[in-house]
Write a protein that binds this ligand. Structure first.
Ligand code: C2O
Ligand code: CU
Length: 459
């Protein structure tokens, strides 16, 4: 079902969830309990059925977690699902044992078990957390939430708010489309695209913002696979001030792109109500209505500093690691190694549900892409030799990459997830200063489960 047809079925904006109501936003407390459970939520209009989901704390998105920069974040995770799960803290330069990757950095948390996550948050910015066991299914069913690390003097309010965006695939009775879960067609093409867009768990919500002053919107793409593009109705501009959590030189633009797992913080200044449009489909979809309200008097939102957390390293002595990305529909992968055996793509697909490879090897949570010495400067030299875009994510550290996504000439940006076009070649540069076993994978979650991933070992 096309999203546009589907959207036409229901009308109006519905009541806001807690995240849309600034007065209810919890301020930094840094100690939380997250219970994963099945629960239902109204993703559509008030007269439509509720959707059965897997949620943290019974809400979609999961609770907004905040902590102040340099503090410890403590989260007691209780798995009350009937499937194993773990939590990954996306974009956090975490210690390896708290990274939440099952079988690589911790055992799976079994149904009924608890696990306590405890780690320091080094960088202020916009992050998110999500399930990492069978993420392609668990994230699609709702297991994710926002994580915001605040500067000492910063607070979340109507001039500094969080927008978690998802693209659900629902049936006509508003339930998660389980029949297509695991579809090899999705896995070999663009991933699981949805037909129902929500912001903070609501369809086309009204979002109250401060009026006539710069407001910071922290956008998080929590979709499995949809590359979202946004613009504002009329000719209003976004000023991008942070990318994947890290502040940047501000760039003014009327259109922004967020690949799965990416974040952008943008400043907007509005006098009257304006629709936020998601334009990746054939027709623009109203994602939300931004409603400036003079009654909300908030201090002007604090802007991040116009420079990144740290500087781009010198690459003179860098170790170059080539990563050849292949596979998928209409690709050139004829065979690849899987569990030590060279298998044809047909056999990989039909017998094992595998379709993608890095350097001729079908990836999982174990296959090693590279071993790197601690503090070595690294260039991951990627070649996307496939017919599809990929949102490439490195755990445990950010990397520098040249991107022309916001400007006509490419500029350097610090990211943890980078969208590569088909046939693109790009260098991801970082200093391997975080020891451990770090997953490197496509964040189109269907591509990852079907082989597009591997491990980079540091130290
Ligand atoms: Cu959002 Cu393996 O990550
Ligand atoms: Cu991909």
């Amino acid at each position: 079902m096309k999203r546009r047809e589907f959207c036409a079925q229901t009308g109006l904006a519905i009541a806001s969830t807690f995240l849309l109501s600034p007065s209810n936003i919890a301020q930094a407390s840094n100690s939380y309990q997250l219970v994963a459970q099945t629960a239902s939520q109204q993703l559509a209009g008030p007269s439509d059925p509720k959707t059965e989901l897997m949620l943290y704390g019974g809400t979609s998105p999961g609770p907004l977690l905040t902590a102040k920069k340099s503090e410890m974040l403590k989260v007691q995770f209780k798995n009350r699902l009937d499937v194993p799960s773990t939590i990954h803290w996306h974009g956090i330069r975490n210690i390896n044992e708290m990274d939440g990757v099952p079988d690589l950095t911790q055992p799976n948390v079994e149904p009924g078990e608890d696990f306590s996550y405890e780690f320091a948050v080094k960088d202020a910015g916009t992050f998110w957390y999500h399930a990492h066991n069978m993420a392609w299914e668990q994230v699609a069913r709702g297991l994710y939430g926002p994580l915001i690390v605040l500067e000492e003097d910063e607070r979340l309010d109507a001039s500094n708010l969080v927008l978690v965006i998802d693209d659900w695939r629902l049936t006509s009775d508003f339930q998660i489309d389980m029949a297509s879960m695991g579809s090899l067609h999705d896995w070999s093409h663009s991933g699981r695209l949805g037909n129902w867009l929500t912001i903070n768990g609501a369809s086309k919500p009204d979002i109250q913002i401060a009026k006539d002053m710069p407001v910071r919107l922290r956008l998080i793409n929590a979709a499995n696979a949809r590359i979202m593009t946004f613009r504002l109705e009329g000719d209003h501009k976004f000023e991008v001030v942070a990318i994947d959590g890290a502040p940047c030189m501000p760039v003014s633009t009327s259109q922004i792109t967020l690949a799965p797992a990416q974040r952008l913080d943008v400043m907007v200044e509005l006098e009257q109500a304006v629709a936020l449009l998601e334009t990746s489909g054939r027709e623009p979809v109203k994602a939300a209505i931004l409603k400036p309200d003079i009654a909300i008097s908030q201090p002007v939102s604090r802007r991040p500093a116009p420079h990144s957390w740290y500087a781009r390293p010198d690459v003179n002595e860098a170790r170059i690691i080539d990563i050849h990305m292949q596979g998928g529909a209409m690709g050139n992968l004829s065979s690849a190694r899987f569990n030590g055996e060279e298998l044809s793509l047909r056999e990989l697909a039909q017998t094992h549900g595998k379709l993608w490879a890095f350097n001729g090897e079908v990836g999982g949570y174990h296959n090693l892409l590279a071993e790197i010495g601690l503090m070595q400067t690294v260039i991951l030299r990627l070649f996307n030799d496939t017919g599809w875009p990929h949102a490439i994510h490195l755990h445990g550290q950010h990397f520098w990459v040249q991107s022309a996504e916001l400007t006509t000439e490419p500029v350097w940006m610090l990211r943890d997830t980078y969208l590569m076009k088909p046939q693109e070649k790009s260098d991801l540069i970082f200093i391997a200063d975080n020891p451990g076993q770090w997953l490197f994978h496509c964040h189109m979650l269907e591509h990852h489960v079907a082989g597009m991933g591997g491990v980079i070992s540091v130290g």
